[in-house]
Design a protein around this ligand. Sequence first.
Ligand code: GLC
Length: 700
Amino acid sequence: MKNIDINKLIATLTIEEKVGQLVQLTADHFIGEAEITGPYAKYNLSDEQKYYAGSIIGAPDATNAYEIQKTYLEKSNHKIPLLFMADVIHGSHSIFPVPLGAASSFNPKLINDIAKYSSIEAANTGVQVTFSPMADLARDARWGRNMESNGEDPYLNKVLTSEYVKGYQGNQLDSNSTLVSCVKHFAGYGMVESGREYNYSDLSERVLNEMHYPSYKAAIDSGAGMVMSAFNTIDCIPATVNRKLLTDDLRGKLGFDGIVISDWGAVTETINHKLADSFEGCAKLAVDAGIDIDMMSFAYILELVELVKKGEIEESRIDELVYNVIKIKKDYGLFENPYKNLDPKKDKEIGLKTVLDKTKEVADESIVLLKNDGMLPLKDEKYCIYGRKVDSKDYMGPWSWQGKTEYISSIKDVFAKDENCQIIDYNGANFEQQIFDHSKKIVLFMGENSWESGEAKSKTNIKLKIEEIDIIKRLKMAGKEITLVVFAGRPLDLSDVDMLCDSIIYAWFPGSRAAEALYDIITGVVNPSGKLAMSLPKSVGQCPIYYNNYPTGRPYEKAEEAYVTKYIDESHYPLYSFGHGLSYSDVVIKEVQMSETKGLNDNLELTVVVENESNIAGKEVLQVYLNDLVASVVRPRKELKAFTKFEIGAGETKIINITVDSKEFGYINQNIEHTIDKGKFEVMVGFNSEDIETKIVEIV
Ligand code: GLC
């Protein structure tokens, strides 16, 4: 049925069947006796209403999904298959580092692998659509969903977002083991005021187009089949009922032609935003704005048929929404094979070695060595390990709802194999004496619990736990050499302990192979290569803080100057900035060659000579930043516009060629148009965003 005529099919449907295609229900509405409890019981849906629904969220496995599809198709007249959706965010059952950690790999190929390998297990267990990637720019450490983002930079965000989509969907959407990618949350969800979850967000149209749309556009250009609307407001209109956002911009300007799905319950949350006072009112606003599928708000399933029958909504408008839904089902091959990814025999094909091995490879490159005064790597020397995380398996982070702890070895399990390592029991008595007696070197494993970040997990205190800070201080006073390993789903404020630790490793949540990756990095088997995708603040009072911030009319030059941009009680610089990350090698830039002028539409080609002045092979990330010296709007002080990760041998000298695309010299002007000015740009080259070599290029 590859050549199914969608419009002809739609013409055969009743209004109830059409509306049904716009409704998504949880799988438990269809499993077993389908006794719905909790907040949704009050809607008391009839069997007929349920079996009109067009998609399912959260089927637990392929066996259940298969049974639901089979029963559904037997009952339905139209035989339009259900679409099964779920949150496969950083792996299905084998878990990868959280996306903010994976972004710190600065390795687009690995990001593509995450999506591709996640799809293997997801496709074995009843998932056809994943609500991933989250393409929201994140700049406020207080927000819980930083962990799900690609961090604070629009360029890195768009490059990695594209790779997620291509990895999930493959080259041929209807081939096996692919997932439809639903990019989210359109748009600007990461800009919630004060970092408070679901809060108001205020973005100018220009900034929205310049800083936020590029990642969603990259997803759309990579073929993303779905887009999910955000919970926040844009221009004081909730994204979910914002026609300018969802139709004029998303479809008109960005060229999207797939399915727009609301976030969970967002359609009727319009009542709380006070744009409507009834489900009927919400349904009308959402249909007009361009929501194709209503995820679990029940506005569509309860109100749309009547609204069409009363003539308050044109049936032709419903047909347009239904077309978008059926088109994706067709493109995904569901009419040929409604049971794609729903094979009960494959349910046990999870925890695959190939996938678990890939999670290790990603973890190795996602972990960031923030500081190393020489303590690491620990080779052939005695050391202790200690901390809340040692005997835990809490390494997967949020959004790992199907992640299996049985695939995980604890840090204690892994380090116990090392005869040089003494494991100090975290709950043991007089831990200090044990530590003091054993060795001068100690590795501490501390930081957040998985439940402390993710959705609805905004925080105002982003420090380590007070008892952890106290332990570090006591061990430092006792003259210990300390390596601190931090687990976190967000940037934390490490200012209390930074100076007390000889080395600091930022692990994020590394996933199923966390312990093995950390052991290999700490003992030097793996040379760390991660770079921060989000700056670490010195204080929560600085948030939001990000490297690509804007110049002011009163720049800070000297501390004693009064009337300049600064705080009187804290630095305005981060503790560690975007792009920062050390390795055990010592790679330096010997020379940067590039032309001093270029035409408006010419790419800028750079030739960079680098040398590894150590005897340790490793990986580095060459980063190129631009600073537009004069423009028609205020431009950030620097912006990442190209990067490449490369391997380099011990003592090796290499030539790295890197290109800055001509379009990256442009920006969105006051007329919301992309423009490139002639004139001078600083071109900054380095292995992070601060220690950089600056040259000038002039666009003539
Ligand atoms: C949640 C999240 C969204 C997720 C959806 C379905 O509220 O905001 O990212 O995909 O619901 O679980």
